[in-house]
Unconditional design. Structure first.
Length: 880
């Protein structure tokens, strides 16, 4: 792979040296990098309002090399943790997952720019894609806009126009304008309420008078079991609601040569997250999360004279999340208290003893939660402080020199605890070995068995000095050289990464101090030139550095000791320290216009990423230490090459068309950090073989058709109206056909267990040689605007996602290659033993839960078999 990379690099070097003789002046490099494939960059607010889709995740997928698979973002074949996010120039990436750290109100967006690995030296910490969002700023005149849209045309579980209501409404208020001649504001307020944010293709069911078969219960052993009725609604997912309030705002002050821009964002949401709602039908206790996120930043620009300027910024980010329940909120010390639970549930939840919930119902082989069953309590908190400084000099005739740097430091905390620990304070409770007067008196040797992966908090949940504090800093120097009709932008960037990891002692048996920090150097080059008045050619090369997601290395001492000393199989190995991931990216880009109504862009790209995280073995240096646990290491690599093309055509004064397409050839040695786990467990070592990666969609694209008429066009019925159609398509993703090697003792996970526990399967075909079916979706929006009073306008609109209600297969059962048959339920040889034990109704319940609704697939694997069904919104917008 390294040899091929060197050959390709030499080829590109020869190409750009030969091509520079044709160069002419190009447009601004940073702008072209941001918007080459983002035809929404001009008049984006108008365009976004008319689109049938809404939301940050939906908008960025208008770039053909951007896709979400199983809820994870991939750009140009990169892993989900190889992206970075900027808002008004501030980095708002969550370092634990390398994901977006705060909610962006769609109506607050001025422009979204996607830089897929071709950005200048001033930017970093994003190997695959840097997504830069600019929020709106205040205009010269006061404008107020309020909109409301909803799908609440049917009650929960009731069919409406061959689909269902997900109990969603969206209320947005925006206002902007001048406060004084030099001071302008913009503010957006959003409330989004969703009864079911999962939006699944699901079928209701009802089973009456099912007898409990759990032998752990005394009444079952005595032949007097409880009977239970299971009832699940059509087209609606209980316990997965969300209510969000958000504010996005900017305040700009300009007094030449000074400029200040304040950015403020606040997001509060409460949401349920139950991936097994069908198994919770018998439990009246619900758990949910509350999440509060805030960001405040200020940017200062000063043009000292026409040749020298500087810009500085500082930002502060805070995020907190907490798990609660509908009995006691966040008072987790009561969660396992049987007396308190009995009172809170009005006597519906009865525990088996003072601190333990009743055993689950066993209904024909399926375990359903008992009333009042509790879960672990958790909370976490993030803070970060960032600063940035850049100086630009234009003292030389053809050169613009820019130098700068950035600094970002974090404080990360996490807390989790089993509420049963409160039993140690109950002197009358006999089922614990020792009692303590208070929670703070419980020693860590006891508490650690009930605390999850906690750092930055003590046993009572109070903040301590143990927060993880990664630091990321950078410095760069860049020269933009304009000569004649050409431009070269060359830069060098230095990244300092202190991930605040830990290291093991020399024997690799325990934690022994802090891990080292890393310094990496990254060259960046861009060559822009014009082939003619209509055609421009750009060449890009860059090396990029990014820390892996830090959740994989943040573990406390007890958790680490469990990993190092356990002989049990661990589905997700850990690490204490990992190296940064590196990427080399090349791109050749051609843009142009055939005539006034037709513009196009095309790009060839090649990307080589190495030191990606994978699973290996940790070998201790102690002779009698025989446990060699699985361990995360930097040993994976991947290569992505492909072509992107886009066209925008103004076919008539009323009809516009956009089309984009991407072909990507993506191969590597592992799709994620756990991909090699199966071969290590089966063979004792890692097998390194290049293969298509799980998220390799070879073909992706969309066609957008917009037809609109302005005021005075088409008569009173059609003036100020329009229709927008968005058709998107994608080839399926690779998977491996496998054969399960053994059965499990529970029917519930018979069709999926082998896809998570990779020890119990063998491949039937070459790795990732099969593919899921193609995907396609058609979305529609209609609108009609009219004046209701002087400067007050109203717009009525309808927005329909998945207009044809297409049921796309996102994933399949790897034993069968099907999304409707899991290889178990239709095989009498596999089901016979379970039927003998649990009766024929086991078959009926299995079909209802797992085949019709994919419950085990979703619960056990965290993935969905199908896309979202049709959703119909009707809305009204008022504008002043």
């Amino acid at each position: 792979m390294r040899q091929r990379f060197s050959t390709f690099a030499l080829f590109w070097t020869v190409v750009f040296i030969c091509q520079t003789v044709f160069s002419q002046t190009a447009s601004d490099t940073l702008c072209s990098q941001t918007t080459s494939f983002n035809f929404m960059s001009k008049n984006s607010r108008v365009q976004l309002k008319r689109l049938p889709i809404r939301g940050f995740e939906e908008y960025i997928q208008l770039h053909p090399s951007v896709l979400y698979q199983d809820g994870k973002l991939h750009i140009r074949g990169g892993r989900a943790d190889e992206n970075g996010f900027l808002i008004n120039g501030f980095n708002v990436t969550n370092p634990l997952y390398n994901s977006l750290g705060i909610h962006i109100i769609p109506e607050a967006i001025e422009r979204i720019g996607i830089k897929p690995g071709n950005y200048e030296a001033g930017y970093g910490r994003a190997n695959s894609g840097l997504i830069s969002t600019n929020l709106r700023q205040g205009g010269e005149n006061l404008q107020v806009d309020i909109s409301f849209q909803t799908d609440k045309f049917a009650s929960e579980g009731k069919r409406f126009m061959n689909t269902y209501s997900y109990r969603e409404h969206i209320l947005v208020l925006t206002a902007d304008g001048p406060i004084t001649d030099n001071l302008r504001f913009f503010v957006a307020l959003e409330n989004n309420t969703l009864g079911d944010y999962r939006k699944r293709f699901s079928s209701g069911f009802q089973f009456e008078r099912l007898a409990d078969m759990n032998p752990a219960k005394e009444n079952v052993r005595q032949g007097q079991p409880d009977t239970v009725t299971l009832s699940y609604p059509d087209g609606f997912t209980p316990e997965n609601s969300r209510n969000r309030w958000a504010v996005n705002s900017t305040l700009s002050f300009q007094y030449k040569p000074f400029r200040l821009l304040f950015t403020g964002m606040l997001d509060w949401q409460r949401y349920g997250s139950n991936r097994r709602p069908m198994l919770s039908l018998t439990n009246n206790r619900e758990f949910f999360y509350t999440n509060t996120t805030g960001f405040f930043g200020v940017q200062f620009d000063h043009a000292i004279d026409s040749r020298l300027s500087y810009e500085a910024s500082i930002g502060y980010y805070i995020r907190s999340q907490e798990k609660q329940d509908n009995y006691f909120g966040n008072d987790w010390q009561k969660w396992a208290d049987s007396s308190a639970v009995y009172r809170a549930s009005n006597g519906e939840s009865v525990f088996r003893d003072a601190w333990r919930a009743e055993y689950s119902y066993l209904l024909h082989g399926f375990y359903f939660d008992a009333p009042g069953k509790y879960q672990a309590y958790s909370k976490d908190k993030q803070r970060h402080l960032s600063g940035r400084l850049a100086v630009t000099s234009r003292h030389f005739k053809h050169h613009t020199i820019k130098a700068g740097g950035s600094y970002q430091t974090y404080w990360l905390r996490q807390y989790s605890i089993n509420p049963f620990i409160m039993a140690y304070l109950d002197v009358d409770y006999p089922n614990v070995a020792v009692h303590f007067p208070s929670l703070g008196d419980i020693p860590y040797s006891v508490a650690s068995h009930y605390m999850g992966n906690t750092y930055g908090y003590d046993i009572q949940g109070n903040e301590t000095d143990g927060a993880r504090q990664p630091v990321f800093a950078s410095a760069y120097l860049q020269d933009k050289w304009d000569w004649g009709d050409g431009r070269i932008v060359a830069g060098l960037r230095m990244d300092y990464l202190d991930m605040d990891g830990r290291m093991l002692d020399q024997y690799k048996t325990k934690i022994d101090g802090k891990a080292k920090s890393y310094v990496e150097w990254s060259p960046r080059f861009t060559f822009d030139f014009r082939l003619s008045d209509s055609y421009n050619l750009s060449l890009h090369y860059g090396r990029y550095i990014q820390a892996p997601q830090l959740k994989n290395i943040y573990y406390n001492e007890y958790q680490v000791s469990q990993f190092l000393n356990s002989t049990l199989f661990v589905h997700k190995p850990i690490a204490l320290d990992l190296q940064p991931v590196k990427t080399n990216n090349f791109q050749l880009e051609l843009t142009g216009s055939v005539h006034n109504g037709l513009r196009f862009a095309a790009a060839l790209f090649y990307k080589n990423t190495y030191d990606q995280v994978s699973t290996g073995k940790l070998y201790a240096s102690v002779p009698d230490f025989y446990i060699n646990p699985n361990w995360l290491v930097n040993e994976d690599a991947s290569t992505a090459r492909g072509i992107e093309a886009g066209v925008i055509a103004n076919l008539t004064p009323h009809l516009n068309l956009q089309a984009r397409y991407a072909y990507t050839d993506l191969k590597g040695t592992g799709s994620n950090e756990f991909s090699s786990l199966g071969t290590i467990e089966q063979y004792g070592y890692r097998i390194v073989k290049e293969h298509p990666l799980d998220y390799s969609h070879s073909h992706r694209g969309f066609v957008l058709v917009d037809y609109s008429r302005k005021e005075g066009e088409g008569g009173w019925l059609f003036e100020n109206s329009g229709i927008n159609l968005l058709f998107s398509f994608s080839s399926g993703h690779p998977y491996t056909r496998v054969q399960p090697l053994k059965s499990t003792y529970l029917p519930y996970i018979q069709g999926v267990y082998y896809m998570k526990d990779l020890r119990f399967r063998k491949t039937s075909d070459p790795l990732n040689s099969s593919r899921t079916p193609w995907l396609n979706r058609l979305d529609l929006s209609l609108y009609k605007s009219f004046r209701i009073y002087k400067q007050v306008n109203a717009t009525f609109f309808i927005r329909i996602t998945n207009l044809l209600n297409t049921k796309n297969t996102l994933n399949v059962y790897e034993a069968t290659g099907s999304s409707t048959y899991d290889g178990f339920i239709n095989d009498p040889l596999k089901t016979g033993g379970f039927v003998d034990i649990y009766g024929e109704r086991m078959i009926d319940i299995y079909r209802a839960i797992n085949i019709q609704n994919g419950q085990a697939y979703w619960d056990y694997l965290g993935k969905e078999l199908y896309n979202h069904p049709r959703q119909i919104f009707v809305g009204l917008r008022f504008n002043y």
